[in-house]
Structures are given as structure tokens and as C-alpha cells.
Design a protein. Structure first.
Length: 242
């Protein structure tokens, strides 16, 4: 396991990009974690906007389909947080995650804490699992493409998302109710984003929750979502227009 963790971190270190604005307004870091089967390119727009807002941004590329949630959390999340804290020991370390990335952070926070002032924004997280993982987990093609983590995202009580305990950090969740995948949405109860139902994105301990008319695969690129993400990192809440 130690060798696997070291190998995964080596891959991650090579694939990570750090973006710094010309004039830093804060020493706070923001770690970006993309979703399953994606790359750091999917978070590039978010990374650029966060850097323009004065954050030290670490946009990770990690092998989301190559290992279990536990191994990815140890080999990706833990090492990256450690590096941020070594660089700026007293500064907050925020997270902005998409889909699976949120579950990796929850796994990490089961046994560790972030520095004071840190916050987490999750975009379309399967926090209570997804019915699609239940439906597809035994399909060879799904198992081959999505790997070990894809087998852990079901809705059963013993699935990883449903086994994890509460996290001790302010969490804001943004999820979508628009879909580009009606064939998947037909198998999800209630409003959904094509992959995760609105109801299953929630966490009991979340500090704020927002539903936008966006789909799962593109929610992180939406201007409104990026603005709300920055607002939560700054204020610990979303901006709710009445």
C-alpha cells in the first residue's frame, strides 16, 4: 500500500499545476479536485478565476479511475495539503471539488483537520451515493473504465459516501437540476443533473446549499457557479438572491 500511495503521489505531483496571481492578496491555498474520469483541464476556468481573486491555486491531475477512494485520498489529498501547509503554515487550505473529488476530501477529513479558516465547496458531489453506480457497477465496461472508486459510490449503507462521518469544516454544496443525459436521469429519483440527484448531493452538516440549472459535466465552468464558489470561500455562505 505504501508503494501504491507513493506512486500515485508521484503521478499527481507531475500533473499538478500551481497558479499564482501577479500580486498575491492572500496566502490561502485552494486545492482543486476534478471528478471521475476527468482531468485538471476540466477545472481550468475555475482555477483561472480563483487565481485572479488572489488565491494560490493548486489544480491537481490525479488518477481518479486508478485506485480506491481511500488510496486516492492518502496519495493525493493528504500529500497536497501537507505541501500547502509547509509552504504557508498558518494559512487556510480551501478545497473546490467536483463530483468524486468531494468524497476524497470527506475521506481525508475523517482523520485529519484543515487549518483554521479553511472552507470546502463541493460541486455535484454524490454525498449519499448515486443510483447510477448501483445500476452499472456489475457491468464490465463500467468496471473497466471507472475502476475501483466507481464501485464505491453506490447508495447502500456500506458504500463509502454513506459510511463516512461528519466533517469538521465549513462546507458549501452546489448541485444542478438540469441534464444532458436523459437516459440516466430517467433512473434517478427527483431533480438531478444527469449523474447525481439533488437530494443525494446533500450533507447533514453542510453550511449552505444551492441548486443551479446546470448539468453534472459542466457545472464547474459556469460563471454563476464560479462566482458563488468564490463568495463562499470569502464569506462562508452563498449569495442567495431574493
Amino acid at each position: 500500500m505504501a508503494l501504491i500511495t507513493a506512486f500515485l503521489y508521484l503521478i499527481t505531483a507531475v500533473g499538478a499545476t500551481e497558479t499564482e496571481p501577479e500580486e498575491m492578496e492572500t496566502e490561502a491555498s485552494v486545492i482543486l479536485l476534478h471528478g471521475m474520469g476527468r482531468t485538471r483541464r476540466s477545472m481550468a476556468t475555475m482555477a483561472s478565476r480563483l487565481a485572479d481573486s488572489g488565491y494560490r491555486v493548486v489544480n491537481l491531475d490525479y488518477p481518479s479511475t486508478g485506485a480506491s477512494i481511500e488510496t486516492l485520498s492518502e496519495g493525493v489529498v493528504a500529500e497536497t495539503v501537507r505541501d500547502c501547509r509547509l509552504a504557508h503554515p498558518s494559512a487556510p487550505v480551501h478545497f473546490v471539488t467536483h463530483s468524486l473529488g468531494g468524497i476524497l476530501v470527506r475521506q481525508y477529513l475523517q482523520t485529519r483537520r484543515l487549518p483554521p479558516g479553511s472552507r470546502v465547496v463541493m460541486l455535484s458531489p454524490p454525498n449519499q451515493g448515486s443510483e447510477l453506480a448501483d445500476l452499472l457497477k456489475d457491468w464490465f465496461l463500467y468496471r473497466w473504465i471507472m475502476g475501483p472508486a466507481g464501485q464505491q459510490l453506490g447508495t447502500a449503507e456500506d458504500s463509502v459516501p454513506n459510511r463516512l462521518g461528519p466533517v469538521d469544516v465549513p462546507v458549501g454544496i452546489i448541485t444542478g437540476d438540469s441534464t444532458l443525459e436523459p437516459w440516466f436521469s430517467a433512473r434517478l429519483p427527483g431533480p438531478d443533473d444527469g449523474k447525481v440527484s439533488v437530494a443525494r448531493a446533500r450533507l447533514a452538516e453542510m453550511d449552505d446549499f444551492l441548486v443551479v440549472h446546470k448539468s453534472h459535466g459542466f457545472i464547474m465552468n459556469d460563471t454563476q457557479v464560479i462566482d458563488q464558489t468564490i463568495h463562499f470561500l470569502e464569506h462562508g455562505r452563498f449569495r442567495h438572491d431574493h
